[in-house]
Design a protein around this ligand. Structure first.
Ligand SMILES: Nc1ncnc2c1ncn2[C@@H]1O[C@H](COP(=O)(O)OP(=O)(O)OP(=O)(O)O)[C@@H](O)[C@H]1O
Ligand SMILES: [Mg+2]
Length: 398
């Protein structure tokens, strides 16, 4: 890939394809650097739109809508902030000379579990859970027997745990397969069946590629650890640094660098690593963008994952990201479905020293929608986690 010079000479413009909470923090970082921000999403007043120069509401699965908007606005970088984007349009735009961040292929591969597994497990030989790709119920029965019960089905394309189904026994296969397909994005017909492992710990290794004197350099941020109650897929809690041995950190970083270099482009990736109770370190998946568990870097590091992504997108370097304090983050979820939700408990939460709150400002809620995040620093990770947890429990969105 031709990298070229940094893009900051003259006024520059980024377009966020997806304007959620991650986009909002990227928009803020771009604004601070004098960059024009165009925020795009499928609904009006999405979080990043509050802090953008201009906003557009389009169906991002409609390739023509994306292409006409990009050609009209002519951004210097198109940042894919969500998965549900027409990747064919991104590929075409890239061929026309637009910079897609990190690149169109990475966006396409990372949203597809089958393509990503092929790349990570088959091409790069990274350790993963045992898996099979399945296309019908007979396949499911056969491979689940091999994987052992329960085994986990995931649609080829979906995010945030949608369509993850545990198959408990031989007779359960048909129900499981139907349910997984019912949640597949874009009417996908294939499913990944995975060995269901007992998870000890989960890490995110933020790994970024930036341009330095026309070369691409890959760097990692010390791993973040995160946790959600079993079967709950809304992101709950993360902390920084991860409380794992140096050996595990080394392995996790090695796997992250290998997959990210294979995916290429410029920008940050969130590489998800599972550590099983029996001590295996496994590559799970990668997001070609800042990661929700990486929101903790708004307080834990000298430079946040959002600033890293914006700098990398524009061809600028970030030679080192350092941990400055133990910190933790805890998500704030909506309780009910409503418009213009009321938020209570903020005053009590902010009485806790070291606590900050980011409310995303989403105009409507549904049950368990992510509405904000509590960030907390402490002398230890344990202290930060306790503060974040208690502050989050005080804040209600309904
Ligand atoms: N094979 C497995 N065995 C046990 N638990 C698993 C397995 N695969 C995934 N999980 C659990 O489910 C969570 C979500 O899985 P995964 O990251 O593949 O799905 P996702 O739809 O991309 O979710 P998200 O968008 O929240 O990352 C993991 O973080 C892990 O806690
Ligand atoms: Mg995941």
């Amino acid at each position: 890939m031709e990298i070229g010079p940094p893009l900051l000479e003259g006024s520059k413009k980024i377009m966020l394809m997806g304007s959620g909470e991650l986009g909002k923090e990227m928009a803020i970082e771009a604004q601070r650097m004098g960059i024009e921000v165009i925020a795009v999403d499928r609904y009006d007043m999405a979080p990043a739109m509050h802090v953008a120069h201009r906003r557009y509401v389009i169906n991002m699965l409609d390739g023509n809508a994306i292409k006409s908007l990009v050609r009209r606005e002519g951004p210097d970088a198109i940042i894919a902030e969500i998965e549900a984007i027409d990747t064919g349009a991104l590929t075409e735009l890239e061929e026309e000379g637009f910079r897609v961040v990190p690149n169109a292929r990475a966006v396409k591969v990372c949203m597809n579990r089958i393509e990503l597994r092929r790349l990570a497990a088959e091409r790069l030989q990274l350790p993963t859970t045992r898996y099979f790709f399945v296309e019908d119920v007979d396949d499911v029965r056969r491979v689940c027997k091999d994987l052992g019960f329960p085994c986990l089905l995931k649609p080829e394309m979906s995010s945030s745990g949608h369509g993850h189904v545990l198959v408990n026994n031989y007779d359960d296969a048909e129900r499981g397969f139907k349910e997984a397909l019912a949640h597949a994005r874009g009417g996908g017909k294939r499913v990944v069946a995975e060995e269901y492992v007992k998870i000890g710990r989960e890490l995110t290794v933020l790994t970024y590629r930036y341009s330095l004197n026309n070369n691409v350099v890959t760097a990692t941020i010390p791993p973040i650890e995160h946790q959600r109650p079993e079967g709950v897929y809304h992101y709950i809690e993360s902390w920084h640094p991860a409380m794992v041995s140096n050996g595990v950190v080394e392995k996790a970083r090695e796997y992250a660098v290998r997959i990210v270099n294979e995916l290429g482009g410029l920008g940050i990736y969130g590489v998800e690593i599972l550590i099983t109770k029996d001590g295996r370190v496994l590559f799970s998946e990668a997001s070609p963008r800042p990661h929700d568990t990486g929101l903790v870097t708004l307080v834990s590091t000298n430079i946040s994952e959002f600033q890293v992504h914006v700098r990398s997108a524009l061809g600028l370097p970030t030679p080192e990201v350092r941990l400055v304090t133990p910190a933790a983050a805890h998500v704030i979820l909506a309780e009910t479905e409503t418009w213009a939700p009321r938020i209570t408990g903020l005053e009590e939460a902010l009485k806790i020293p070291g606590v900050q709150v980011r409310l995303f400002g989403k105009p409507f809620t549904y049950r368990y929608r992510r509405m904000g995040i509590v960030l907390a620093t402490g002398n230890t990770v344990q202290e930060a986690r306790e503060k974040a947890r208690s502050a989050a429990s005080l804040i209600k969105v309904r």
